[in-house]
Design a protein around this ligand. Structure first.
Ligand code: PLP
Length: 382
């Protein structure tokens, strides 16, 4: 086969005229930091998730930091999460002085296994942070049952989950705080940004305060005509607000989420059809329960050769790739602080084989076909 001239990246945001217009309109409006456009994005997420509140933030990581703090998790508390997650969650747990405890996953979906979560619960366990991995929902009935039985908080990591439904309920619709990310590789983006949806007006109020110095009123009210520019701070807060300039991009992206996800779903299906039966790789599996997959990532597992070699060969074909994720229990900072979490056989089985293939709405069907052909050629002698 002919090698393509142009590099095919693993991800690229889909930015249309509406996004550009939205940002330009905001730039010309005279108000570019947190204000009415953030509120619009928050309202959209309340409608999407069914949560009573939503708060925009500078990142999902900021959301995780604030939720750990506001749930009053104490140093020494154990927080259950899969090792197959992004390091940001584990960083926040460690920086909070709490202890990450890792539960094993299901090899097929890379989602946390509820039975493995239960095995790791101790009297010190305070919270579960499940991840809707690659856009496939976690078994939330099982997680909710554990949360009720052992009185644990749940924080959904919904960074991959705009458009993810579990049994008809969107991520964030289960009564728990859920954290969404708008980093450029995510299904919708604000450049950088995040949002927490939640169902507790009291917690929401605390979150809004913590997001902006602990100052009572929003800036756009303070600086409005007749506003009172004075303020008081009862609890010191952080500086984690999202500017309207970025939220303008987010609102225009949000308005396209179905179209963008439909396109991802179609491309994912092309991959799954195109690679079906290929010896030397395992295709992603989807959960057995009723769900809608957001297809944030298309992750295959390379079984026919060392992954490093496979990556080199993909690069030779001018194809980009990602790695989601190096397992958290093997990070040096985790090993140094918490020691072993015990065996995580399925995580370890998947960890050195996973690779994320190019998947983004603006890629062509022929790009997917090219990647499939290249992969079959790379693996043809195994
Ligand atoms: C991207 C990501 C995050 C962090 O999102 P930011 O907005 O970059 O802070 C957290 N968890 C998972 C699973 C992610 O993929």
């Amino acid at each position: 086969m002919n090698i393509r001239k142009e590099f095919l990246p693993f991800s690229r945001p889909s930015i249309g005229e509406a996004e550009i217009q939205g940002v330009v309109t905001c730039l010309k409006s005279g108000w570019i930091t947190t204000g009415a456009i953030c509120k619009t994005l928050e309202d959209r997420f309340c409608e999407l998730t069914g949560a009573s509140g939503a708060v925009t933030l500078s990142s999902a990581t900021a959301g995780m930091h604030l939720m750990l703090k506001l749930l009053e998790l104490q140093p020494g508390d154990e927080i259950l999460t899969p090792s197959m997650t992004f390091a940001s969650t584990v960083n926040m747990i460690l920086l909070h002085g709490a202890k990450p405890v890792f539960a094993d996953i299901e090899y097929g979906t890379l989602n946390v296994n509820a039975a493995c979560l239960e095995e790791k619960i101790t009297p010190r366990t305070r919270a579960i942070i499940p991840v809707h991995f690659a856009g496939a929902p976690v078994d939330m009935d099982a997680v909710n049952l554990l949360a009720r039985r052992y009185r644990l908080a749940v924080i959904e990591d919904a960074a991959h989950a705009v458009g993810t439904y579990y049994k008809g309920v969107h991520a964030g619709g289960f009564g728990h705080p859920a954290i969404f990310s708008f980093h450029p590789i995510k299904n919708i983006t604000t450049g950088e940004g995040g949002l927490v949806s939640l169902n507790d007006p009291d917690l929401e109020k605390k979150l809004r305060l913590a997001r902006f110095h602990g100052i009572e009123r929003d800036a756009w009210k303070r600086y409005g005509k007749g506003g009172n520019p004075s303020y008081d701070i009862v609890e010191p807060g952080y500086k984690y607000n999202l500017p309207d300039l970025l939220a303008a991009l987010g609102v225009a992206q949000f308005d396209r989420w179905r179209e963008l996800n439909d396109r991802r779903r179609m491309l994912a299906q092309l991959y799954r059809d195109g690679l079906k039966g290929t010896v030397g790789l395992d295709l992603p599996q989807v959960p057995a329960y009723d769900h809608v997959h957001a297809w944030h990532l298309l992750i295959v597992k390379i079984t026919g050769m060392p992954r490093d070699l496979f990556m080199q060969k993909l690069a030779d074909y001018n194809i980009g790739y990602g790695l989601h994720f190096p397992p958290a229990h093997e990070l040096s900072c985790v090993k140094a602080r918490t020691g072993s979490s015990g065996p995580l056989p399925e995580t370890e089985r998947a960890a050195d084989k996973i690779i994320s293939l190019p998947l983004f709405p603006d890629m062509a069907e022929t790009d997917v076909q090219y990647v499939c052909e290249a992969i079959k050629e790379i693996l043809k002698n195994v």
